[in-house]
Design a protein around this ligand. Structure first.
Ligand code: MOS
Length: 743
């Protein structure tokens, strides 16, 4: 039996998805379901002085209008509202009190017999405010930004601001060649296809089943139990299918609070679906102002790096990630200085969005490196090779694996980089200017504790269960592949049960950590099943494998076979039947000991070609090659799709995406996907994904790193660098729209 791991297995949930059999949170139907529609605040800061729901309540079919004045009881302490991934601060509580913290904040829920009635009646709710002065412009708050406070509980690298080293200012002053620049990335929104929704089903006996769009069912379950004072056994949260979330579903969002609130108020099952504009109140990628200075000797060896960042959060929580230290993983420099401050705005708390911090910070770093290469008159790939670091500069430790050199090599070859004429404006295709640019990407290879249960039936069918989610990444499929290989069964004999809070423990699906964590979890659990099976095999009367050692038999095609003598074999169904066992079940929790002596990261090299109409400034990204080093690739098809999606998103970051706020009202003015631009098919051309070989025997038994986020990192810089090469004009704020290019 050929292994499934490492092959291009199609999604095991693909048919269910394309036929509509896969039910999302807003599609679960139960008898008597009623519908909630949210009323959002129209000011950015202040207090509600009066809510008049009279006209809404007069509409036939309206059941109730919930506000902070009449809602059921909710917890009243911050700690209870802190979910598993909450930042420091005082979490937002929907419909809790009269205080307005951001424009679009949910302040009432109209519940009616149909969603149309609810939505109509929501328009009739009259609200009066006592308005306070607000600030939503990061440029205005820049000077008032405060240094990030290192977390009380120093956790992963993801949250820890890097320590400065050496004397960067002095080294910078002494450098032969310097580049210093300021780079800007605006607020961006996740815009998953699926709208946020929760269906709260009243089961009787005080029990609730909640279908929610989330990246973490157990996180939501704990949160709902806390906020509403419910017992864990009375609340079950599920998210069997998620239509993209990209970080916006890591924390419990307000749709689930509102659905449960209404279900408790009415003792009826309630569905709440956000509108697209309401999705813009959930959280966003923080805007980022960055100053980077690089100092090098004439040979291109870096001697100084300073990276200074200002990012955006709300007035009530300090969301941030490690933003400034990416250079410390990529490039050797004796001296480095990092500073990160937070600007507090009257907006919702910012949140994780696909490769949080790396997508934005590596854009700036890799643009700055390109500018340094220009100043040094050095090929940008060559500059990166001269600064290449085999050690994590922050902790002065080697990597468990780092095949980035191979990414540069294979990416450059596939792209045809050797044919580059480095002179800006030197390459043309008819009336188009042609530009080539490249950049590096880097992300974490984290792992999390996780529990997996496998039940193997005597008919040779296995069920694999874990509370993790599949947010569209292909988790169902890689889980089935790993289980099939480890249990020696055909893929069709594996069923995957996930995204249900009653299943074995899993943290949120995020940070690119689930593929590595759950696949090794499955391997460990399958090993326990295998041991149990082998015990039964040996106990069989006249067993041909009575005396074999575990290492001397292979489990494949539903049989144990002696590695020395293939004629000695026992099928697992026979072994179980003889043993009088219908089902073997094992649950194993794996707690990957993060080996602190090594850094664990994924890397990439991205090469991009743009063609720019010289008269109109229209930019097309005509070719991208992304070469990825991410350990062992479990599924070449879903992995390629994951990276393709990241590259497309990188095109969006570079050229299209920007959340625009009317600062007078503190309101987002393009809260829809007509005016918030994302790449469409016409913007996407030739994209080639390469996975370089990167064996990693240290990181975990399967050598898996995960690649949910690496795909976007570096892409905006590669495109920005290509635009410079095409035009000779350096645009340092995203998105690079034609007005910026032409002025
Ligand atoms: Mo990812 S931004 O952790 O979904």
């Amino acid at each position: 039996m050929a292994p499934y791991i490492g092959t291009a297995v199609s999604r095991v949930d693909g048919v269910a998805k394309v036929t509509g059999a896969a039910k999302y949170a807003a599609e679960v139907n139960v008898p008597g379901l009623v519908y909630g529609s949210i009323v959002g605040a129209t000011i950015a800061k202040g207090r509600i002085t009066r809510i008049d729901a009279g006209a809404a309540l007069d509409v036939h079919g309206v059941l109730t209008v919930l506000t902070h004045e009449n809602r059921p009881r909710m917890a009243n302490d911050d700690q209870t509202y802190k979910d598993d991934v909450a930042p420091e601060g005082s979490p937002f509580r929907p419909l809790y009190d009269d205080k307005i913290r951001f424009n679009g904040q949910p302040i009432a829920l109209v519940v009616a017999e149909t969603s149309e009635i609810a939505r109509f009646a929501a328009l009739l709710v009259r609200v009066e405010y006592d308005e306070a002065a607000h600030v939503t412009d990061v440029c205005r708050q820049r000077d008032a930004a405060t240094p990030v406070k290192p977390p009380k509980d120093p956790m992963e690298a993801m949250f820890t601001p890097p320590k400065s080293r050496g004397d960067a200012d002095r080294a910078l002053a002494a450098a032969t060649v310097r580049h210093e620049g300021e780079y800007y990335v605006p607020i961006e929104h996740h815009n998953p296809m699926e709208l946020y929704a929760a269906t709260a089903i009243v089961e009787g006996d005080g029990k609730l089943t909640v279908y929610d769009k989330t990246q973490g069912v157990q996180n939501v379950q704990r949160y709902v139990c806390g906020v509403f004072g419910l017992k864990p056994e009375d609340v079950r949260v599920m998210s069997p299918f998620v239509g993209g979330a990209f970080g916006s579903g890591l924390r419990p969002q307000f749709e689930v609070v509102l659905a449960v609130l209404a279900a408790r108020a009415l003792q009826r099952s309630v569905r709440v679906v956000l509108t697209r504009p309401q999705m813009y109140a959930l959280g966003y990628r923080p805007a980022m102002i960055q100053r980077i200075a690089l100092g090098a000797n004439s040979g291109g060896a870096l001697d100084a790096i300073t990276h200074d960042a200002v990012t955006v959060t709300s007035q009530y929580e300090d969301f941030y990630r490690q933003e400034t230290g990416w250079s410390g993983l990529l490039y050797t420099s004796t001296n480095a200085k990092y500073a990160h401050r937070l600007a507090h705005l009257d907006l919702p708390t910012s949140c994780d969005m696909r490769a949080p911090s790396a997508a934005t910070a590596v854009y700036a770093l890799e643009s700055a490196m390109d500018e340094l290469a220009v100043a040094l008159k050095l090929d940008p790939v060559e500059l990166r090779l001269r600064c290449y670091s085999d050690r994590d500069q922050h902790e002065d430790r080697p990597f468990s694996s780092k095949a980035l050199r191979e990414c540069y090599k294979q990416g450059a070859e596939a792209f045809g980089w050797s044919r580059l004429n480095p002179e800006p404006r030197s390459m043309r295709d008819g009336s188009d200017l042609v530009g080539w640019g490249m950049a590096t990407g880097v992300w974490y290879a984290e792992q999390v504790p996780i529990a997996v249960r496998i039940g193997l039936s005597s008919n040779g069918h296995a069920e694999v269960a874990c509370a993790t989610s599949d947010i569209g990444t292909g988790t169902y499929t890689i889980m089935a592949q790993v289980a099939a290989d480890m249990l020696g069964l055909p893929l069709d004999n594996i069923s995957i049960k996930i995204a249900d809070s009653s299943l074995p423990q899993s943290p949120v699906e995020g940070g690119s950590w689930i593929a590595a964590s759950v696949s090794n979890g499955i391997a460990a659990t399958a090993e326990a099943i295998r041991n149990e099976l082998l015990r039964l095999v040996k106990q069989m009367p006249d067993s041909p494998l009575a005396n074999v050692a575990s290492a001397e038999v292979a489990l494949a095609d539903g049989k144990f076979v002696s590695k020395r003598d293939a004629s000695r074999a026992v099928s697992i169904t026979d072994a179980m039947r003889h043993g009088g066992v219908d089902r073997i079940e094992q649950e194993v929790t794996t707690n990957p000991s993060q080996d602190g002596s090594r850094a664990h990261n994924t890397h990439s090299a991205i090469f991009a070609e743009v063609k720019i109409d010289e008269q109109l400034g229209v930019i097309r990204v005509t070719r991208v090659v992304s070469a990825i080093a991410a350990g062992r690739i479990l599924n070449t098809k879903t992995a390629t799709s994951q990276i393709l999606g990241g590259v497309v998103w990188g095109i969006g970051m570079a050229l299209h995406e920007e959340t625009l706020i009317d600062h007078k009202y503190g309101r987002i003015i393009n809260a829809n996907i007509a005016e918030y631009h994302v790449p469409v098919n016409a913007d996407v051309h030739d994209i080639k994904v390469i996975f370089v070989d990167e064996p990693d025997e240290m990181i975990n038994p399967l050598g898996v790193k995960g690649l949910g986020e690496i795909g976007i990192v570096g892409v905006p810089a590669a495109i920005a660098n290509a635009i410079y090469h095409a035009t000779g004009k350096r645009v340092r704020d995203l998105p690079i729209t034609l007005d910026k290019l032409m002025r």
